[in-house]
Design a protein around this ligand. Structure first.
Ligand code: HEC
Length: 106
């Protein structure tokens, strides 16, 4: 195997590992969405379609500052976003929503 072929394979391998990691938590995020968001926003497909990928990223950046703010007026929702449960699951939920966003291929 030439050096170039080997380098090419290494790059492919690394890219795959990263891609896999980036989406590793989607099933977990979907479960967490169903458990925590569905009561108010409907099923995952409907919920994820509320926003585009860029918008979801924005909502979930800074530990979810914007999505927390969006829920401050609703007592029940506000309480949920302050629980440890949200801080544990928010990255998984974000990945799931990004994956199924209104402008995704899903
Ligand atoms: C107890 C009910 C409740 C729960 C649970 C809840 N939400 Fe909400 N959500 C609301 C309400 C009420 C609003 C504000 C409604 C509005 O502004 O139209 C809101 C607003 C939002 C918005 C902003 C909508 C917009 O277009 O600006 C997003 C995004 C959102 N919720 C996503 C989620 C996600 C993701 C979860 C689960 C982690 C969740 N919500 C859990 C009730 C809830």
């Amino acid at each position: 195997m030439s050096k170039i072929t080997l380098r090419f394979l290494v790059v492919i391998f690394i890219t795959n590992v990263f891609t896999f990691n980036a989406f590793a938590n989607i099933p977990k995020g979907q479960k967490a969405y169903i458990k925590n968001c569905k009561v108010c926003h409907g099923n995952g497909i409907k919920g994820a379609a509320m926003h585009t990928q860029v918008e979801w990223e924005e909502l979930f950046s800074n530990n979810g500052t914007k999505i927390k703010q969006a829920h401050q007026k609703d007592e029940k929702a506000d309480a949920f976003f302050k629980t440890e449960l949200f801080s544990i699951h928010y990255k998984d939920i974000r990945d799931f929503l990004l994956y199924s966003a209104s402008d995704s291929d899903q």
